[in-house]
Write a protein that binds this ligand. Structure first.
Ligand code: ADP
Ligand code: MG
Length: 369
């Protein structure tokens, strides 16, 4: 029954990687308790056949446990032939100045985040309410140390009912509207099938620095999403500040889940490796037909190994006038500094393309006969 439904998904939804790489013989070779674990990992793609990935890990050891199956999924998604560990490299020497692409990009909204998980807790898909709150409390102790640091000092806000740092619904909505805090995950059917949004809003919160540019999300898709976000022109700035912050956190009692050959371990296989997504908000009115259609831009961006999201993040539409979120797709087997350069180059390429377009790009214009 389980395997025949997967066969059906594979035929009807060829983009679903969970189904595309499922191997019945491998599955049947596993012991019952391992089959149960693997089924739990595959549940999101099984219940939501329109998923592009459809897999979420519940524990850090599951990637190595099920590597004969998962490595095929990972290689397919990340477009690599085999998985090798790539050492981190945070060297951002060389200016990544957006105004050298165009002076009008001098006040661009830049963001870089990494996903991080802490090995001694189950991943969010397998956490109980107690685990989520216990993890938040571990973080609150570390945030106290961050607060004392002049570079990162700020405040913690929590969504956990009764937590001493709890904020109101209105304050939360305001932070989401400002792109600082993550959206309410409770209605997300992909995360619901995986169990990642369980016990909402317990154990969820955000650390935010005084200048509001350095942020740590607690309890979203990964234990932590650590990020820097600011308006400006120097891409180097956001990467360097993020690196400094990660070093500080690691020297204050947190050891992040990391293992060869994958690198940083994340809930979703799409984020393995650096777990880094670096993005720029940019106006591309012609390439998006005034923000009405992202599909053509996505097709172009794919060739440049870039991803396109709407201005409100994943699964959102383009913003007013064609405002979009552009980020390099690769996270695995690239270094952090390569991602930074790739973002700069990708923005340059799309910007030149936008400029040479005389009219809005429509599907007709793209389908050259
Ligand atoms: P991620 O998965 O990398 O955390 P999401 O697509 O889930 O990113 O978006 C999370 C939030 O970050 C959304 O509010 C989105 O609009 C915001 N965001 C992403 N990139 C930028 C950027 N360059 N400038 C401003 N906000 C951004
Ligand atoms: Mg996200």
């Amino acid at each position: 029954m389980f395997t025949s439904k997967i066969e059906k998904i594979r035929k009807e939804y060829p983009h679903n990687l969970m189904a595309r790489h499922f191997d019945t013989a491998y599955f049947n070779s596993l012991e019952k308790n391992q089959q149960d674990k693997l089924q739990r990992m595959m549940k999101s793609g099984f219940e939501n056949p329109d998923s592009e990935m459809g897999i979420y890990a519940g524990n850090v050891d599951e990637y190595s446990l099920f590597s004969p199956y998962l490595n095929n999924v990972i290689c397919d998604y990340h477009q690599v032939k085999n998985i090798r560990l790539k050492e981190s490299n945070w060297d951002f020497s060389g200016d990544l100045d957006l105004t050298s692409i165009d002076p009008s990009l001098s006040n661009s909204s830049m963001r870089v985040r990494v996903g991080r998980n802490v090995a001694r807790f189950p991943l969010p898909a397998s956490m109980s309410q107690d685990d989520r709150v216990a993890f938040e409390n571990v973080m609150i102790d570390i945030f106290k140390k961050l607060i004392e640091n002049p570079l990162f000092g700020g405040r913690y806000v929590s969504l956990t009912p009764g937590c001493e740092y709890e904020i109101s619904n209105e304050q939360y909505a305001q932070l989401v509207a400002e792109h600082k805090m993550f959206k309410d995950m409770s209605g997300d059917r992909y995360l619901a099938s995986a169990g990642i949004n369980g016990n909402w809003p317990y154990g969820r919160g955000m650390y935010i620095s005084e200048d509001e540019q350095f942020i740590i999300w607690v309890g979203e898709e990964d234990h932590l999403r650590v990020m820097v976000m600011k308006h400006g022109k120097m891409l180097n700035d956001i990467f360097s500040r993020l690196h400094d912050a990660l070093l500080f956190i690691e020297t204050h009692g947190l050891s992040f889940a990391y293992s060869a050959p994958y690198g940083f371990i994340t809930s979703c296989p799409t984020n393995l490796g650096t777990a880094m997504r670096a993005s720029l908000h940019i106006m591309l009115p012609k390439l998006t037909n005034n923000g009405q259609d992202l599909n053509n831009l996505k097709t172009m961006a794919k060739v440049l190994q870039l991803s396109v999201r709407g201005a409100d993040g994943e699964h959102s539409q383009a913003g007013k006038g064609g405002l979009v979120d552009i980020s390099p797709t690769a996270r695995l087997m690239v270094s952090e500094s390569e991602i930074a350069k790739k973002l700069y180059q990708g923005i340059n390429d799309l910007w030149q393309f936008e400029k040479i377009c005389k009219t809005n790009v429509t599907e007709d214009a793209l389908s050259v006969k």
